[in-house]
Ligand binder design. Structure first.
Ligand SMILES: *Cc1c(COP(=O)(O)O)cnc(C)c1O
Length: 403
């Protein structure tokens, strides 16, 4: 038998780009996790908005184990049934007419940015390569996506960044009008900005992006890696904005915990520009990933699940606002479905990490969005009882920290 492992082994053997908390989880069911010592935790983080249907969902277990007994991998020299079924369903449910598969959000954005550049250069020549992005945005950790993302701390200190990228502030209409021009090939935005605090972008600002992108024949890219897949109560967040992108990227919740990335787009964007050999992925369209994602999509696109998200989100926001007032900890609770950003008051400024540790000690796992925002992303099918139990543990945490 292999010897037992413990948290100290992380520091012994792992590259230290993360500093995980002390517990090690060994099992999960619904919105509950158990660690090596058998302690239970309510999961308000969903592995950063990934386990959209909780842990060990029977339908996902069935989809995965059935596919595992049939076929795991064939490569993109061939196609396969789960990949085609998932692509068809995504095209039926969204604006998309073409789908590209990869394995993560960063790769989906990498594909989107390459497609936008390739199409613009094909159509207009080598000058049309400029990408407009927003300060504070996050698009993944490949070198292109950290360069496009609006957080210098992730892209600096590694030599020259790719050129042709401009960053402006969100909601700065004058700046948007100034920087978008004939040289622009893409505007990329998260319709709800996740890592910077669960901040919904104003629909009027998205409309202006749409207008300017259309005027200059640039691609409007919505990064829905985190906002998509039912998280906000809409299947994709764009559906609530009245604005339709040319390219939509997603990952995280669509796999329910199985790694998958997807870029969706139109025939006009893709067909003449992403031709055989231009882009690719060894694992993209993997039958296991697609079979699981198809099962996830079936569930999260159902009116019952989406209505449940909205109903439970209202309840959670209400209770969190009450706690915020009672304990003076939250200045604002932003609700985008079962995705909540609790902005800390000046008294608690910079202490989101402390909340996270204290909550974990109370058996509640939430995440953060920067030092000032407690971020909550539950399973979309969390039971009312588990939701309230988690909120009780949050309340206990607020009480302790405000004492
Ligand atoms: C998480 C995230 C990504 C990166 O996804 P990975 O799967 O970690 O590569 C990109 N964009 C947004 C908006 C995200 O939240």
């Amino acid at each position: 038998m292999t010897a037992a492992v413990e948290r100290a082994d992380f520091d012994r053997y792992m590259v230290p780009v993360f500093s995980p908390l002390d517990m090690i989880f060994v099992r999960g069911e619904g919105s509950r996790l158990w660690d090596q010592q058998g302690r239970d935790y309510i999961d308000f983080g969903a592995g950063v908005a990934v386990t959209s249907l909780g842990h060990s969902h029977p339908i996902l277990l069935k989809a995965l184990s059935e596919q595992a007994g049939k076929l795991w991998h064939v490569s993109n020299y061939y196609t396969n049934e789960p990949a085609l079924k998932l692509a068809r369903k995504l095209c039926e449910l969204t604006f998309a007419e073409r789908v590209f598969y990869c394995n993560s959000g960063a790769e989906a954005n990498e594909a989107a940015l390459k497609l936008a550049r390739k199409r613009a250069v094909d159509k207009y020549g080598p000058e049309k390569i400029e990408i407009v992005s927003f300060n504070g945005s996050f698009h993944g950790r490949t070198f292109f996506t950290v360069s496009v993302g609006g957080q210098a701390k992730y892209s600096s200190g590694m030599g020259p960044n790719p050129a042709g990228i401009v960053h402006i502030d969100l909601h700065d209409e004058a700046a948007l009008r100034r920087v978008v021009g004939p040289q622009t090939c893409a505007i990329i935005v998260e319709p709800v900005v996740g890592e910077s605090g669960v901040l919904p972008v104003k629909p009027e600002f998205l409309k202006l992006m749409r207008e300017l992108a259309t005027k200059h024949d640039a691609a409007l890219i919505f990064d829905e890696v985190q906002s998509g897949n039912g998280r906000t109560g809409a299947l994709y967040a764009y559906m609530n904005t009245g604005v339709v992108p040319d390219i939509l990227t997603t990952a995280k919740g669509i796999g329910g915990g199985f790694p998958v990335g997807i870029m969706m787009t139109t025939a006009a964007m893709a067909d003449k520009h992403f031709t055989p050999g231009v882009h690719g992925s060894t694992f993209g369209g993997n039958p296991l990933a697609c079979a699981v994602s198809l099962a996830v999509l079936d569930l999260i696109s159902s009116p019952e699940v989406l209505e449940g998200v909205k109903r439970k989100a209202k309840h959670a926001a209400q209770r969190l606002r009450a706690m915020g007032e009672q304990f003076g900890c939250f200045a604002e609770v932003r609700e985008s479905g079962l995705w909540l950003g609790c902005e800390l008051t000046p008294t608690f400024a910079g202490r989101a990490g402390e909340f996270m540790k204290a909550a974990a000690a109370n058996g509640l796992l939430h995440i953060v969005a920067g030092p000032n925002v407690v971020r909550i992303a539950t399973s979309l099918v969390i039971s009312d009882a588990e939701l309230d139990e988690g909120l009780d543990r949050m309340e206990k945490t607020c009480r302790q920290l405000s004492a």
